[in-house]
Design a protein around this ligand. Structure first.
Ligand SMILES: [Zn+2]
Length: 355
């Protein structure tokens, strides 16, 4: 486990164990929190995938859900939107659960747990991924680096020359971490060509639906329909092919958003109400993106910028927190303990004129 996670885990355990999270839970009860998950897994760390950060062990998810069901009020994103429009008031300590991309594990592993605790959730799907046609580009990169027989690769990207070491699993993981930020910088028009070129250079075939490792598989539309029909799960939009929207030209951006909306409407019979920007950080979507999402009929959109949701949250860039790695981290997040600590740190530094 990298030191950064260890220190976050230790900090979370201290904030919960000391009672600080109980204090912030009461003090910040009026703020809602939105959590972002991706996939779940039963065999974290198995060698067929290099980057496991998008696939949370199912037992961690179960314990997070048990904690939320007991100490918090999990509400739907629709309720949060209604509260922002003053149509209802949210209970104290509201939490919204969301998932990005549309993994099969959301249906097979998360849905039974959500049903057991009766917790609503929103799943933002990349519709081309569910169609089984457009593999997620970052999964292709992970598999290409993981499956190649090459031991090194010289790679030119963004005017830089990288030497990627691929001899051991650790080296492959490091190479993936080196390459991903570079790929995310590319204009969308060049990204898939670059991934094709990388697969050719590494002498691996692009993955197909049947040879994707289980945690990487998309859910089927039947699975999405069954969950949507239950009333517990909302299916939202996450583009069609999962590009970083700010790297797209206007026409592509519009097409990605409208194709996604139309595929969900065609498959599920209802217009999706909510959207999440791929990658979702600052600079990953623009003012134009927000306008296009609104024009396409979505009622809100989520970023991945951390923050809590107050009474006047920006509806087309709702803040979210990333997937907690443990139940303590989940509690330190939803209670506002992490955020309070961050605010105190910022005001201390400000007082000391360091920022
Ligand atoms: Zn995504």
């Amino acid at each position: 486990m990298p030191p950064v996670f260890q220190s976050r885990a230790v900090k979370a355990a201290a904030l919960v164990g000391s009672g600080f999270s109980s204090f912030t839970r009461t003090r910040r009860a009026a703020e809602a929190t939105i959590l972002t998950f991706h996939g779940l897994c039963e065999d974290a760390g198995s060698p067929d995938i290099l980057d496991w950060t998008l696939h949370l062990p199912v037992e961690v998810f179960r314990s997070v859900c048990a904690m939320l069901a007991s100490d918090y009020r999990v509400v739907s994103l629709a309720d949060l939107i209604a509260a922002q429009n003053n149509q209802l008031s949210l209970p104290d300590n509201s939490v919204v659960i969301t998932f990005d991309d549309g993994y099969e594990s959301n249906f097979k592993l998360a849905y039974p747990i959500l049903r057991r605790f009766n917790l609503p959730a929103t799943i933002f799907v990349a519709t081309g991924f569910l169609d089984g046609v457009d593999m997620l580009w970052f999964q292709r990169v992970d598999l290409a680096l993981g499956r190649t027989r090459k031991e090194t690769l010289e790679w030119k990207i963004n005017g830089r020359k990288l030497r990627l070491y691929l001899g051991t699993r650790e080296q492959r993981q490091q190479s993936l971490m080196q390459l991903m930020p570079e790929l995310k910088e590319l204009p969308d028009a060049d990204l898939l060509d670059e991934v094709d070129r990388l697969e050719r250079a590494l002498e691996v075939h692009p993955p197909t639906l049947v040879d994707l490792p289980a945690p990487m598989r998309p859910m089927s539309w039947d699975m999405a329909r069954e969950m949507a029909d239950s009333g517990l799960i909302e299916i939202g939009g996450h583009t069609h092919t999962h590009p970083i929207l700010s790297r797209c030209d206007s026409m592509t951006m519009r097409a990605e958003i409208s194709t996604c909306r139309n595929r969900i409407l065609a498959e599920l019979g209802d217009l999706p109400a909510s959207f999440a920007y791929p990658n979702g950080g600052e600079g990953d979507y623009t003012r134009e993106t927000m306008l296009l999402v609104r024009e396409a009929g979505f009622k809100c959109a989520c970023s991945t910028i951390n923050g809590r949701v107050g009474t006047e949250a920006p509806m087309f860039q709702l803040p979210r927190y990333g997937s907690p790695e443990s139940v303590w981290e989940a509690e330190a997040t939803v209670s506002g303990a992490f955020e309070t600590l961050k605010e105190w740190r910022r005001s201390c530094l400000k007082a000391m004129s360091l920022i």
